[in-house]
Design a protein around this ligand. Structure first.
Ligand code: F6P
Length: 302
């Protein structure tokens, strides 16, 4: 069956590169005479019938910005049978032949439900968390750079005064963002589990502390420990000042890196090409340096 109308939505935490992915999808649709509909507000938009034909004017100047031009949501309603049915009936009402979902773990799970209910669906992994089983997810590279730049700025002041720092990062259950930033920032102090032993951390920080060197940077995944509390404990035990930082949305925002722009765009093109060739029901992402497909089940890690 010839594909005439494709819909795209973004769901879950926004990730830099989502707009580039939308642009990749749009370009491929334009090249093949396919209408592309944007669904606003993630899966809530499917339920509320928020479909809009995407035109170049809507994308112009926005494709290389962070966030999502289609907005996003973490839809609780979509998990309820009555709303799920409404979402499917709106896809039919708008004569949508196939749906492309850009999102993370929760979005992938939603795609399984859609596939199992007869919807032609492809997902692209858009999340800063890198918690899906591709080499990288769209947005992870930019978030890593955002964090490294922010911590570099923080360290200019802290190093001048010899203060240590404890920094809370995002990543949900996945340690990748913390570990990738730790490598780039050359720090060995990471906390990525709730049940960690503080004694070796204190011992190592005390042993390595030296007025001539950079003070310690401790990177913490989400709520593994209260960063303010940890900062107080380290200050007391190590006998020099510590400051705690919660980086927040600085990590997720901003223009996507060149890597995420290229990745998003290519994955978008790949998805449309697959749909034109009658293939669907899987995720499209990066393995090594190539864009390829994997089953939804294969990319869920946590
Ligand atoms: O999934 C992306 C992410 O930023 C996670 O790292 C974090 O746990 C969560 O979203 C925060 O969600 P919200 O923006 O809804 O508070």
């Amino acid at each position: 069956m010839k594909i005439k109308n494709i819909a795209v939505l973004t769901s879950g935490g926004d990730a830099p590169g989502m707009n580039s992915a939308i642009f990749g999808i749009f370009s491929a649709c334009q090249d093949n005479g396919i209408n592309l509909y944007g669904v606003y507000n993630g899966f809530d938009g499917l339920i509320d019938n928020k479909f809009r034909l995407i035109t170049f004017d809507m994308l112009d100047g926005r494709t290389n910005r962070g966030g999502s031009i289609l907005k996003s949501a973490r839809s609780k309603r979509f998990k309820k049978q009555s709303y799920f049915k409404k979402a499917i009936s709106n896809l039919n009402l708008n004569k949508i032949d196939a749906l492309i979902v850009i999102g993370g773990d929760g979005s992938t799970r939603a795609c399984i439900e859609l596939r199992d209910n007869g919807v032609k669906v492809i997902s692209l992994p858009g999340t800063i968390d890198n918690d899906l089983n591709f080499t990288y997810t769209i947005g992870f590279d930019t978030a890593t750079n955002n964090i490294v730049n922010a911590v570099d700025n923080i360290m200019d002041s802290l190093a001048t005064f010899g203060y240590g720092t404890v920094i809370k990062l995002m990543g949900r259950d996945c340690p990748d963002l913390v570990e990738s930033c730790a490598k780039a920032l050359h720090t060995k102090y990471t906390i990525t589990k709730k049940d960690f032993d503080i004694a070796p951390l204190i011992k190592s920080i005390k042993k390595n502390h030296d007025d001539c060197h950079l003070p310690p940077v401790v990177l913490v995944l989400e709520d593994c420990i209260d960063c303010n509390e940890l900062s107080k404990i380290l200050e007391e035990k190590c006998k020099f000042p510590f400051r705690a930082h919660i980086l927040g949305y600085v990590q997720r925002g901003g223009s996507p890196s060149a890597f995420d722009r290229k990745y998003g765009f290519s994955a978008g093109e790949y998805a449309v090409d697959a749909l034109i060739n009658g293939k669907h029901g899987f995720a499209v992402g990066m393995v090594g340096s190539s864009i390829t497909s994997k089953s939804f089940e294969d990319i869920i890690k946590f």
